[in-house]
Write a protein that binds this ligand. Structure first.
Ligand code: NAD
Length: 481
């Protein structure tokens, strides 16, 4: 059985404890590799390497750093097929999605921040007749980047790339559920000429190695993407140590559909925004609100399209929905479907696990599920499910739908469908949400601020926001006389 290793100081090494944990293939339910069960000792070792590398990396010219990161981007692109196959196998996502979204986006993340840093500048504030302030922005030092399983290399690189571009050394931990593409990344970094110790990738559980990263006194900032409960724990641990924190957490996003929208575009996008990546994207719209005058039409067309979606093994090029990421996650999603029924919901399509033919008979496959008839404030409509399950709810007025949309503790993203210009802006303005898409979904410009409000997180990623997060500002004033 293949054993993955940690990437520390430019080398692939075994975990110091020599302990491993199972890595499952969601498509079959079989263990297909072992990953290091790293602990505090491995973190200490990685921090020592990063400490030695920091002066080298941070003093390198921006152009040299940029060139190395461009090579990382090109290195992933060169090995596209290998990365795509690995991501799909590790996560259960359709291979077509890994090829069109996940891996190209990892390539773009490195390229975007490698070039953005060339244009990053700091401010100066002139005081008439008194003097001038100028602000320097230096790398923080060693930073920790912890990422989830849903978009493995996509989100891992979204943190690491700006951290490295800004001149920091990084201790990074991918999810223990999807470690494989992060494992491959070390090879690409070595080929690109990244100095040893600049990026260190440790595998293992959140409660051990993740916790040790958060607690290490020399790790000065933590960029975390994952669940709200984990984010809360990390904030509680890191805040008294005065670490900089960026927390990208859970969501329960509303998809608001007015009767005057372009119906066909809305339907096809809503199928995607509900079920892409088996509904396991933090930006998926899991609560669909439909203006009452088109509710029945929407329900008929949407349910038909969803029922026709192909649930199949990830390497099938025709697959719309692959396997969900793990057995325990599948069981959690199924338990929410039971809860929805108990709360009075009616399952219009889906609602069950399916068993494919061998060798996929033990894979984690769920039919995409649409539920109606639930109160907006029931648990099914308030708690994050993070799977192929959406609810549909009719509304009569703008005020009513805004009240329902804003009723959860989350505030990550929202979608609005209408051709009424004033209403589109008004509703977008009143949504309690960090991101809003109007008549579209998941169109991303990497320069824009990305993140949520309320329990969906603290801070923003993307563009200058990320480079500001990964640098420390110092203002220097000089008096003229
Ligand atoms: P999770 O919180 O269980 O784990 C995320 C990462 O944190 C993993 O690498 C895990 O090992 C690590 N971790 C767990 N406990 C830790 C601890 N005590 N200390 C340090 N690290 C720890 O989340 P998940 O199940 O992997 O991901 C799903 C969640 O991520 C969902 O809630 C989803 O909404 C959220 N998410 C948010 C965004 C966003 O941008 N806001 C993007 C993707 C996913």
């Amino acid at each position: 059985m293949e054993k993955l290793r940690n990437y520390v100081n430019g080398k692939y090494i075994e975990p110091l404890s020599n302990q491993y944990i199972d890595n499952f293939e969601p498509a079959t339910g079989n263990v297909y590799s072992l990953i290091p069960n790293s602990n505090e000792e491995d973190v200490n070792q990685a921090v020592e390497a990063a400490d030695l590398a920091f002066p080298i990396w941070s003093n390198m010219s921006i152009e040299e750093r940029s060139a190395i990161l461009v090579k990382v981007s090109e290195g992933i692109e060169r090995r596209m097929d290998e990365f795509v196959a690995a991501e799909s196998k590790d996560n259960g996502k359709p291979i077509s999605l890994a090829r069109s979204v996940d891996i190209p986006r990892a390539v773009s993340n490195f390229h975007f921040f490698a070039t953005a840093i060339l244009h990053f500048s700091s401010e100066s504030h002139y005081m008439e007749g008194v003097g001038v302030n100028y602000t320097t922005r230096k790398p923080i030092g060693i930073v920790g980047c912890i990422s989830p399983w849903n978009l493995p290399l996509y989100l891992f690189s979204w943190k690491i790339a700006p951290a490295l571009a800004a001149g920091n050394c990084v201790i990074a931990k991918p999810s223990e559920i999807t470690p494989y593409t992060a494992y491959l990344l070390g090879e690409v970094c070595n080929e690109a000429g990244m100095p040893p110790g600049v990026l260190n990738i440790l595998h293992g559980l959140g409660s051990t190695v993740g916790d040790a990263i958060v607690k290490h006194p020399k790790i000065k900032a933590i960029s975390f993407t994952g669940g709200t409960a984990t984010g809360e724990y990390i904030a509680r641990t890191a805040a008294p140590m005065f670490k900089k924190l960026s927390l990208e957490l859970g969501g329960k996003n509303p998809n608001i559909i007015f009767a005057d929208c372009d119906f066909d575009t809305m339907i096809s996008t809503t199928v995607r925004s509900s079920f892409a990546n088996q509904g396991q994207i933090c930006l998926c719209g899991s609560r669909i609100f439909v203006e009452r005058s088109i509710y029945e039409k929407f329900k008929t067309v949407f349910v038909e399209k969803v029922s026709n979606s192909l649930v199949s093994y990830p390497s099938n090029p025709k697959t719309h929905l692959g396997a969900v990421v793990s057995k325990s996650h599948m069981e959690k999603v199924l338990s929410y479907i039971e809860l929805a029924k108990a709360e009075g919901g009616k399952v219009l399509t889906g609602g069950v696990q399916i068993h494919l033919e061998a060798p996929y008979e033990n894979g984690y496959y769920l039919r995409p599920t649409v539920i109606e008839g639930l109160a907006y404030d029931c648990r099914t409509n308030q708690e994050e499910i993070f799977g192929p399950v959406v609810t549909i709810t009719p509304f009569d007025t703008e005020e009513e739908v805004l009240m329902m949309a804003n009723s959860t503790k989350y505030g990550l993203a929202g979608t609005i469908w209408t051709n009424d210009l004033k209403r589109a802006h008004r509703v977008a303005n009143n949504l309690e949400s960090g991101i809003v898409w109007i008549n579209s979904w998941l169109i991303r410009d990497l320069r824009t601020p990305f993140g949520g409000v309320k329990a969906s997180g603290v801070g923003r990623e993307g563009g200058w926001e990320a480079l500001r997060f990964f640098t420390e500002a110092k203002n220097i004033f000089i008096k003229y006389e």
